[in-house]
Design a protein around this ligand. Sequence first.
Ligand code: GTP
Ligand code: MG
Length: 372
Amino acid sequence: TGPLSVTEFASKVGKSTADILKFFFNQGLMMNQNMMLSEEQMGELALEFGFDFKKEESLTKENIFEQLQVADKPEDLVDRAPIVTIMGHVDHGKTTLLDSMRNADVAASEAGGITQAIGAYQVVHSSGKKITFIDTPGHEAFTEMRSRGANATDIVILIVAADDGVMPQTEEAIDHAKMAEVPIIVFVNKCDKPGADPEKVKVELMNYGLVAEEYGGDIPFILGSAKEKQGLEELQETILFISEIKDYRANPNKFASGVVLEAHLDKSRGPVASILVQSGTLEMRDMVVAGGAFGAIKNMENENHKKVLKAEPSRPVVIFGLNSVPNAGDKFIVMNDEKMARQIAEAQIDKKRAAEQQSKQAFTLDQIKNHI
Ligand code: GTP
Ligand code: MG
């Protein structure tokens, strides 16, 4: 088997030809369905769509076509934890809610009490079932990151403080949740506070199409207090109920792919990336491409800074070993060929540069027009 055409590739990975053409079109590349794909283009598509490569052999430029994993078969899929993103206005209690569920105290140790980056945690419910939570920053400057959080989520918890009601970032969160087209659960927080008016929040949210069950809608509203640990059990049960109906599954028996939630440069440890595995299993020494960064995993830690050797689907982990710092929202894949990994990472950097150049040029054109 030699190189594949766009159409052949699309059918092999279970995508439509239009999806593939659109991907190239968005990069300013006009392709047609009969054109042959280069190895680099296949690698880029793998990164974009999260395709995986078969695990048995080593991936090389020569065998990339054979190694490309076809779409998962139903029998390969096993249950995975639901991925739940907590969104809401600044200070409405997102971090406190998570802290209460995992008995940690992150909120108190945060600089200025504002969540700076997306934190991700797995909580084990009393039934033994796991839930993955993503805590998104509430500050307006982080709108971009928050929108990315929504892309990697199965369920959104919209948190609204009962003493404050719907605020600008509540509205933004509603928009993001709606765009992500995932179930929404409303957690009306701070019900312990004097002056809290949870019923008012219910009525306010009707204007945004979020209608509580008792008003004839289908949105679960849970009244509680993150601080006083009220409503948390009901919240987790609601999440697990939805997750049973939706039956979230993934194939753990292949190379991992997923998304970067946050990354930064640590003075002593180098590039550190907090990532979420969406498919496959991530293991020590795996060669990862994440946006423009690549490298073999030297070390992996869970949310409690404990070393882990593996990360299965829906697991958030912190990884060490990348050669540079990827961006939040970048996708990652694993491939066991370092040369390929480097090439694909470099192609991502070039692409980003070209896009920046293009937007700069567009800006200049606009400026010129304004002067005419
Ligand atoms: P950002 O990350 O900055 O967007 O804020 P956040 O939504 O994570 O809010 P955070 O959890 O940091 O809580 C903000 C403040 O509200 C803190 O002082 C909390 O102690 C307080 N708080 C959170 N939940 C409750 C609650 O249920 N009741 C009361 N009384 N206070 C709460
Ligand atoms: Mg916070």
